[in-house]
Design a protein around this ligand. Structure first.
Ligand SMILES: CC(C)(COP(=O)(O)OP(=O)(O)OC[C@H]1O[C@@H](n2cnc3c(N)ncnc32)[C@H](O)[C@@H]1OP(=O)(O)O)[C@@H](O)C(=O)NCCC(=O)NCCS
Length: 313
């Protein structure tokens, strides 16, 4: 990691910047005196603006070090800090940072903390060269976990009775995102989609393909249409070279509504991840009356000739 220190970062609605001694009054009013904030934290509400100022001075003293990351979260529209976010510990060997955050309850549930954490995720991967960003929460505080998920961190497990906070000993849920996850999701193809279409006819009803007895669109034909959309999407994105094709490796889909003969069916495949030769999709199918199915699908890009040689062996 190449530490950069607490540099100012911006998002659509927020400025993340260094604490300043002048923030004491607003931080006290907006967050530090709010009894709802430290319920699952290790600190208690501050009793006075002076106590808030003393804490802020201890933080600002640490800014001399480039490995000190401690931002106040300022809502642009408000022009005041409402909380803070920062690195609670880091490890240069594993190139890992752990993040913690809190904001005043008046501003909860407006997406502010998720917005701040997403910005930090970009900063640490793009600019500091971090390999792993982790965070943890008391299992009784699930909204904090939702913030982690929204910022792209993945649930890794619960360490039972492993932490201590104002509620006593607690089970701690752990989340993390790796640099490889982050850069894979940054692929320019993420979000690209292709739609394939068909009409329910003699060849694709459950009765005609043998997957059921009724004259309605067959589930395997819906799956096939989803796969066709995904194949076409891979081709349109230029992800296959000459001699290559893609093969389906997994599909997990629900068929939730029936479509009679004559119904016009579409299936759309949208790329959600590209990891080397593995491409993942969200897939959805509809008829004139709305959605009839949805799921996820994975494909692998292969060399067609080599694949067939292996298949025949
Ligand atoms: C946990 C905390 C940081 C969440 O911040 P926030 O800015 O409200 O989070 P967001 O608005 O980004 O919300 C993230 C998700 O949690 C949900 N959420 C947040 N607060 C909620 C609440 N009080 N009740 C129900 N859902 C809530 C949001 O609706 C959102 O879910 P969604 O995507 O399904 O809509 C904030 O509650 C807080 O500061 N708590 C006190 C300190 C703390 O616990 N810090 C974390 C220690 S690990």
């Amino acid at each position: 990691m190449t530490h950069k220190g607490t540099v100012t970062l911006a998002t659509e609605r927020l400025i993340l910047r260094r604490f300043a001694v002048e923030d004491a009054e607003a931080m006290f009013r907006n967050s530090f005196s709010d009894p709802k904030v430290p319920i699952y934290m290790t600190w208690n509400t501050y009793e006075s603006i002076d106590a808030a100022r003393n804490y802020i001075v201890s933080v600002t003293d640490g800014y001399n070090s480039l490995s000190a990351y401690h931002w106040v979260i300022v809502v642009k529209e408000l022009g005041e800090p409402i909380g803070s976010i920062g690195v609670t510990r880091y490890n240069n060997e594993t190139q890992c940072v752990a993040i913690g955050y809190s904001i005043g309850s008046k501003w909860w549930r407006q997406g502010y903390t998720s917005e701040a954490l997403k910005r930090l995720v970009c900063f640490f991967f793009d600019e500091v060269g971090t390999n792993r960003i982790e965070a943890q929460h008391d299992t009784r505080n699930p909204n904090s976990g939702k913030v982690m998920i929204k910022a792209g961190l993945q649930f890794e497990g619960v360490l039972r009775q492993s932490e201590h906070n104002n509620q006593g000993v607690c089970d701690s849920a752990h989340y993390a995102i790796l640099a490889e996850d982050y850069f894979r999701r940054k692929s320019p193809h993420i979000g690209k989609s292709t739609t394939a279409a068909t009409t329910v006819n003699d060849t694709n009803t459950a009765k005609s393909v043998g997957s059921g007895s009724l004259d309605v669109f067959a589930t395997p034909m819906m799956i096939a249409l989803m796969e066709r959309a995904a194949c076409e999407c891979i081709a349109e994105c230029g992800l296959i070279a000459d001699g290559q094709t893609s093969v389906g490796t997994a599909i997990n889909a629900m068929h939730t509504a029936s479509s009679p003969r004559g119904a016009a069916i579409t299936a759309t495949a949208t790329i959600t991840s590209v990891d080397g030769r593995k491409v993942e999709f969200d897939v959805a199918a509809s008829d004139e009356n709305g959605e009839i199915g949805r799921g996820t699908h994975s494909r692998f890009i292969v060399d067609a000739e080599r694949f067939m040689t292996k298949a025949r062996a």
